[in-house]
Design a protein around this ligand. Sequence first.
Ligand code: DAT
Length: 174
Amino acid sequence: MRRSPNIIITGTPGVGKTTLCESLAEKGVLKHLSINQVVKDNGCHEGWSEEHQSWIVDEDKLLDAIEDEVKEGGCIIDWHACDLFPESWIDLVVVLRVDNTILYDRLAARNYHDAKLQENLDAEIMEVIIEEAREAFDEQIVIELTSNTSEEMEANQDRIEQWIKNWRMNNTNA
Ligand code: DAT
């Protein structure tokens, strides 16, 4: 049994996953597992998609690469998809949400080309990732948090830290 929980922080690109994960990891709360980095470092992909400007991920290779680490617990998984991770690995799924005008500015600042920018804005409006999370996991472990401002990000961080404390209290002596 895990002594520390595994959390997925997910959401459309630009919602603030990496910023939140890094800040939780800096405080030593849990370990930041950037799936983007794992995919790159371990070659868990079938090449680069020019159209999507992202790696074409080989999900089996990716799961093999992280399995031992995740099974030990204490990981914050940072990725824009969540339904590939086995339910038994995961204790909490946090879906970050952002208003579309704010998301537009953040993605434009990354110089995303128009098609990619629009694709991501549509995904956010259509609630693609929250739907995916609710279908793949027990609804009770899926939470949706807005992250428009740094104040909201701090509040989200506090809330997740509190959740982790509670999880540890409820699970370590069980
Ligand atoms: P993601 O990992 O979801 O793609 P990110 O963490 O790289 O997103 O953040 C995208 C940009 O937005 C980055 O410049 C930092 C900024 N940002 C993230 N969360 C924020 C927040 N809650 N308030 C203001 N800016 C935020």
